[in-house]
Design a protein. Structure first.
Length: 145
């Protein structure tokens, strides 16, 4: 659900230091919001303070949010805040290196891969061309004698 940022209230939070938001702001500009923030029924922030702060900082007026049921208790809200921030695992150095190596290969494939891709696209284009039906104009019937 798209919510006006001005309608969201941020009350006392467990996290006191939001850290450097520059990388998150760049991510929002480039990819948008991948995971929506979470609000209670009164539009009070439950989870996603860093995402909300970054969105505000880059001038967003609205943000995608999940709005929870009215029956959620303050205990459940705090559990959600803690759970979201606690149940995550950073990539290991090896995983991160492997991911960036794959990304580099996809962005800049070797010459044989580029040639193969070009041939594939060429033949797909040709097969698509010949599958298109030709339109024929219906000619009027010849006059009767």
């Amino acid at each position: 659900m798209l919510i006006k940022i001005s309608e969201i209230t941020v009350k006392t939070r467990v996290r006191k230091d939001l850290g450097d938001l520059d990388a998150l702001k760049d991510s929002l500009r480039t990819y948008g919001l991948i995971h929506p923030i979470t609000l209670n029924a009164d539009y009070e922030l439950v989870a996603g303070e860093r995402r909300l702060a970054a969105a505000k900082a880059i001038g967003w007026e609205t943000i995608n949010a999940i709005v929870l049921d009215k029956n959620i208790t303050p205990v459940q809200q705090l559990e959600l805040e803690l759970e979201e921030n606690n149940q995550r695992k950073e990539f290991t150095n090896e995983e991160l290196l492997s991911g960036y190596e794959k990304l580099e290969k996809l962005r800049h494939p070797a010459l044989p891969v580029r040639i193969g891709n070009a041939m594939k696209h060429f033949f797909i284009g040709i097969s698509t061309f010949f599958k298109k039906p030709f339109s024929r104009t219906k000619l009027p019937a010849p006059p009767k004698k």
